[in-house]
Design a protein around this ligand. Structure first.
Ligand code: SF4
Length: 329
């Protein structure tokens, strides 16, 4: 069956200006290159896992795709429109189809409102249904995420962390979205609660044919939930493949190091990288990984490696991806 692209992200960039002590009056002092160059495709009904360390730009990528923070350059094609070019009012039409599930669900829930009111709110804003239909819909969504009708009348502080994350998913689902971007939705939860939330998301994705971008730093979580995975480093995707292919063989030195720290069922040595991820205020020239890569050459310092297909559906951004001089798997 041919997969249908639902969202195509092309050469997306996001820069943030850094101002001096006099704010905007003093002009821009530096620029944070949070997203340097990201291209990816989300196919209908798939879960794409975006993995990277803190500071890799994965959350900013998610927010920029949704238009929650405006892109500096690039395209986000959805249903024939480039979301980057839409005005705020044009974007409103698409907002209900593209939803975000936050890492910190408390921030998306109004502490002074009962949960029922919070969940009903987007339906009221978009003029969907009468009071009775809206309440019915809220009850249905609460049931889907494993909560009860009585929870409609409670306040956010009366819920546990896991229940709040269920509410955050419910809030995203209430608008029947086509795409959900989940930004570290389980990283603040205990392992047992994590698996409950992951199972809910997996079932939803399957039953509602949702398309998901799942952002996380956790390799085991991304392996469990994703059909395909993109590895991010300093604002760029350095490797992308189907989940099984990636766990069978990693090709980029950074992915090899990242995966060496988690049990994958294969005999492997831990690879410890030198130094820290460089600051996005001053990203390295050429290959962004060259300051930590033991195989870096002069070419790596000068030339940005393109993300290219080395095997079917397996892309890598490394000049020497085909060569044997890399760490063995
Ligand atoms: Fe390392 Fe060079 Fe490949 Fe970058 S391009 S990952 S620096 S070998």
């Amino acid at each position: 069956m041919t997969k249908k692209p639902l969202i195509e992200v092309k050469s997306l960039q996001k820069q943030f200006p850094v101002y001096g002590p006099f704010g905007k009056l003093g002009g821009v002092k530096q620029t944070v290159h949070a997203v340097k160059d990201v291209s990816l495709t989300l196919y209908e009904g798939e879960t794409y896992g975006l993995v990277g360390e803190s500071g890799s730009g994965k959350s900013t990528t998610g927010r920029t795709i949704l238009g929650l923070t405006p892109a500096t350059a690039g395209e986000v094609l959805y249903e024939g429109k480039d979301l980057v070019k839409l005005s705020k009012s044009e974007m409103r039409k698409f907002r209900k189809e593209l939803q975000l599930v936050f890492q910190d669900p408390f921030s998306s829930l109004n502490p002074r409102k009962r949960i029922g009111q919070t969940l009903e709110e987007p339906l009221i804003i978009h003029g969907l249904g009468d009071k009775e239909e809206r309440i019915e819909k809220v009850f249905r969504i609460l049931d889907i995420v494993g909560l009860q009708k009585e929870h409609y009348y409670r306040y956010p502080h009366e819920f546990s962390g896991g229940q709040r994350q269920r509410l955050s998913i419910a809030r995203a689902l209430i608008m029947n979205p086509k795409v959900m971007i989940c930004d570290e939705p389980v990283s603040a939860l205990d392992v047992s609660i994590q698996s409950q939330i992951l199972n809910i998301l997996k079932a939803l994705q399957r039953e509602m044919q949702l398309t998901m971008l799942f952002i996380t730093h956790d390799i085991s979580v991304v392996r469990y939930i994703s059909h395909r995975i993109g590895i991010m480093y300093l604002g760029t995707i350095v490797e992308e493949a189907c989940t099984d292919d990636l766990f069978a063989e990693t090709l980029h030195p950074y992915t090899k190091a990242l995966f060496s720290a988690v049990p994958t069922g294969k005999k492997q040595e831990r690879i410890v990288l030198k130094g820290e991820i460089p600051s996005p205020l001053n990203p390295p020239s050429g290959c962004v990984f060259h300051t930590r890569c033991p195989f870096a050459t002069e070419r790596c310092r000068q030339e940005v490696p393109a993300l290219r297909e080395i095997r079917p559906q397996h892309k890598v951004a490394c000049h020497y991806a085909e060569e044997e001089k890399q760490w063995s798997n």
